[in-house]
Design a protein around this ligand. Structure first.
Ligand code: ADP
Length: 274
């Protein structure tokens, strides 16, 4: 045996371990940088979105000052200031909600969430808007199903889907929420007969602040954040959200969430491979 052999052997055994460690550190830095880029992007988007209503309020305040001797104009400008400040409030509320949801891991302390209860609360939240527009919102029967995760997050997701269905439907139409168990998961579908989504825009609607042609539905006063919240909740629960839509006919959003913890399969008597 050559004297250097054992040393080479040791080096050879350390090298792959060492390179794996370096790789892991590099991957970690890459993820860190990606998270930082997403955060920077978010802050830039938020600043841009906040500037619009703030700018409008500023212009309207000037207009009110200039129109001091025209009470009718003052009333009109003040009304628009109220609309813009409501929009600002809604935007800030949703930004806070999204960043709070992003902060906690729903699978850290998961509970069994009663799906029928969540749907009933979500419908309740949209009841006033639905009634004002003459839209009926119904849950298609009790399912008795449960999903595993964070109740507040699941509620936020379903509430956003129902609110959108009402916001993007015309008077007299109906919204139905159905529930179905499939292979370890629960599918919650919100079906509307509303304006639908153009097929070339459908891939973008889950992006933060993205709205399909804001001019088309300025009156709904949305923020473009609702579906980001739904997508985030689906992802952190190990589920998904899908959409089918025909412009002018309606949309169906299906949120799929697991009925069990992902680790349940590991504790069901199978031997774990280390
Ligand atoms: P918003 O606050 O604008 O509703 P969302 O993120 O919830 O923001 O939705 C993004 C966009 O997707 C909406 O602006 C709208 O154009 C479209 N959208 C969402 N849900 C529906 C629906 N049920 N029917 C038609 N369009 C929808």
């Amino acid at each position: 045996e050559r004297p250097g052999a054992p040393a080479r052997h040791v080096t050879a055994r350390i090298a792959p371990l060492g390179s794996r460690l370096v790789l892991a550190l590099v991957e970690d830095r890459t993820r860190e940088r990606r998270v930082e880029a997403v955060r920077r992007d978010f802050v830039a988007n938020v600043s841009h979105e906040l500037k619009t209503p703030v700018g409008a309020i500023r212009v309207l305040a000037d207009a009110v000052a200039d129109a001091a001797d025209d009470p009718e104009a003052v009333r009109r400008f003040a009304g628009r200031m109220l609309t813009e400040s409501d929009r600002l409030t809604q935007l800030v509320q949703q930004i806070i909600e999204l960043s709070r949801l992003q902060g906690d891991d729903p699978l850290e302390a998961p509970v069994a969430v009663d799906v029928d209860g969540v749907i009933a609360s979500a419908i309740d939240t949209s009841a006033v808007d639905a009634q004002r527009k003459g839209i009926s919102v119904v849950a298609a029967g009790a399912s008795g199903l449960q999903v595993f995760g964070n109740e507040e997050q699941v509620l936020a997701a379903v509430t956003n889907l129902v609110a959108n269905a009402v916001a993007y439907s015309d008077a007299g139409s109906s919204v139905t929420v159905t529930t179905q168990a499939t292979d370890g998961s629960v599918e919650i579908s919100v079906v509307d007969q509303g304006i639908g989504i153009p097929s070339d825009e459908i891939d973008r609607i889950f992006e933060r602040f993205y709205r399909v042609d804001p001019a088309r539905h300025r009156s709904t006063g949305g923020t473009g954040l609702g579906l980001s919240i739904v997508k985030h909740v689906a992802a952190t629960h190990g589920g998904e959200v899908k959409v089918w839509s025909v412009e002018g006919q309606g949309s169906t959003f299906t949120l799929t969430l697991p009925q069990h913890l992902p680790s349940d399969s590991r504790t069901s008597g199978q031997t774990m491979v280390p």
